[in-house]
Each structure stands twice: as structure tokens, then as C-alpha cells.
Design a protein around this ligand. Structure first.
Ligand code: ADP
Ligand code: MG
Length: 246
């Protein structure tokens, strides 16, 4: 390793999980949906990102994951400005460092629970390397035990309840301990008792994996459970989105 690359690696190690500066994004030119001057999420936090429907929450998560490309500004994830990467490099960076729980879970219906959890390490060698030589199947099964779905490892995901599917999606996001875990309103289908229990499981799993959690919801009752809250309408001053919280 050269001195310069050693310095870059050590600054990446101490960089915040997420750091946005002067970010603008529009689906249609001239109508910004995201306009954020500054947003910093330190490592190890559990962050509750809230705002009404249409305030740009999912769009912001797309920018953090590098699925969407900012029109300008810097999106630094773990010290890497992903706006400077090629689209192939962004895909590789996401696969290696991020876990993502989608609103609709996006599980693969014809695969078993175990194979769904294994997908990130099956698809990406760098993610698999994060297991440090541990057996992928054992890692998947351990996560399933933590999330109380180990009885269903051989089942098809379509045979599970919504609550169980959600926990499969979380296990898949957490396999091989990505540094950042992003969740887009994954609790909207649950009643309030199950919501709280699910969040406790999610926090426990993220803490065990040392992950920073960015959790999006419009349900303000969840806020006290998190270490930090960010109101999107407060940090996002884009003209095209609602400025009032409901
Ligand atoms: P939230 O997740 O907070 O409900 P979104 O990020 O989904 O908000 O949407 C923010 C704004 O961007 C809304 O006005 C929405 O209509 C618009 N939008 C979202 N996705 C697209 C898209 N693929 N193409 C065009 N406009 C979009
Ligand atoms: Mg959304």
C-alpha cells in the first residue's frame, strides 16, 4: 500500500457513514426533488428519517444507495464520494457496503428463505469476502435464528406471513455485516405491537453487525426508539416537495 492510499484508507475508516454536501436531484430538469446543502450521519447511529409522503424520502435513499445519480454535489458513503464512481463501480460499492430493505421487501419468490438471505453473498465476491472465511450458509442460518425465522429456512418466501417476509428482507440486508443498512418504510404493513418488536430486533441485529441504520418512515410514533431523528422537510429545501409535515 502506498502512503497516499494508506492515508485514504484511514480517512475512510474515520469518515461518517453518510455525508451529503450541496446535493441536487431532479427527475425532470428544473424541478428539484432533493436539494440538501448538508447532511451528516455519524457511524453507529440509528437514524429515523421522516417526512410526509412525497417529501423525497425514497429518492434520497436512492441517492445514498447510488441507484440514482445526483445532478450535482457530493454523496459520500463511508468517505467515498459515490457520485464520482462509474455506474458499475457504484453497483459494486453498494453490493459490498450496503444492506437495503425495500418497502415491498423485493424477495425472490421462487427461492427459499435461506437462498433469499444468501443472495448478496452469492452475487458479490467482495460482500462474500466480508464473511472472513465463515461459511455463508452458517452465517445465513445464524441471522435467521436471531430474527426468529430459522424454522422457515427451507420454505418458499411466498409461504410466509408479511412479518416473516420482512424479517427475511432484514436478514438479507444484514448478511456479511455491511457498514450501512437502509430501510424504506418496512413497518407500514405491521400493527404497532409487531412494529416495536421488529424494530428492537432490527436494532439488535445492526448493533451486533456494527452497522449504521438509516430508517425511513412517515410514522412519527417510532421516532423515540432511534438515537437520532432527521426531518426531511427541514433539511430538504427542494421546490417540488411538500414543506409541511403531517
Ligand atoms: P417519499 O418516499 O417521501 O414518499 P419520493 O421520493 O417517492 O417521496 O417522491 C418525491 C417526489 O418525487 C414526488 O413528487 C414524486 O412524485 C416524485 N417521484 C418519485 N419517483 C419518481 C420517478 N421515478 N419519476 C418522476 N418523479 C418521481
Ligand atoms: Mg417512499
Amino acid at each position: 500500500m502506498t502512503l497516499a492510499s494508506a492515508a485514504a484508507a484511514s480517512s475512510a475508516a474515520s469518515a461518517p457513514a453518510v455525508e451529503l454536501s450541496d446535493v441536487r436531484f431532479a427527475y425532470r430538469a428544473g424541478t428539484d426533488v432533493v436539494a440538501i446543502d448538508s447532511l451528516v450521519i455519524p457511524r453507529g447511529e440509528t437514524v429515523f428519517l421522516h417526512g410526509p409522503s412525497g417529501s423525497g424520502k425514497t429518492t434520497l435513499l436512492g441517492l445514498l444507495a447510488g441507484v440514482l445519480q445526483a445532478d450535482r454535489g457530493a454523496v459520500r458513503i463511508l468517505g467515498t464520494d459515490i457520485t464520482r464512481l462509474s455506474s458499475g463501480e457504484r453497483d459494486a460499492f453498494r453490493a459490498q457496503h450496503l444492506g437495503y430493505v425495500f418497502q415491498q421487501f423485493n424477495l425472490i419468490p421462487y427461492l427459499s428463505v435461506r437462498e433469499n438471505i444468501l443472495l448478496p453473498v452469492r452475487l458479490d465476491a467482495a460482500r462474500r469476502a466480508r464473511l472472513g472465511g465463515a461459511d455463508p450458509v452458517q452465517a445465513a442460518d445464524a441471522l435467521a435464528r436471531d430474527l426468529d425465522i430459522d424454522g422457515a429456512l427451507q420454505s418458499k418466501v411466498t409461504e410466509l406471513s408479511v412479518g416473516q417476509q420482512q424479517r427475511v428482507a432484514v436478514a438479507r440486508a444484514l448478511i456479511a455485516s455491511p457498514e450501512v443498512v437502509i430501510c424504506d418504510e418496512p413497518t407500514s404493513a405491521l400493527d404497532s405491537d409487531r412494529r416495536e418488536r421488529f424494530l428492537q430486533l432490527l436494532f439488535k441485529s445492526c448493533t451486533k453487525a456494527g452497522a449504521t441504520l438509516v430508517f425511513v418512515s412517515h410514522d412519527l410514533s417510532l421516532q423515540p426508539l432511534f438515537s437520532r431523528a432527521v426531518s426531511l422537510p427541514t433539511v430538504n429545501h427542494a421546490s417540488a416537495v411538500a414543506a409541511v409535515e403531517n
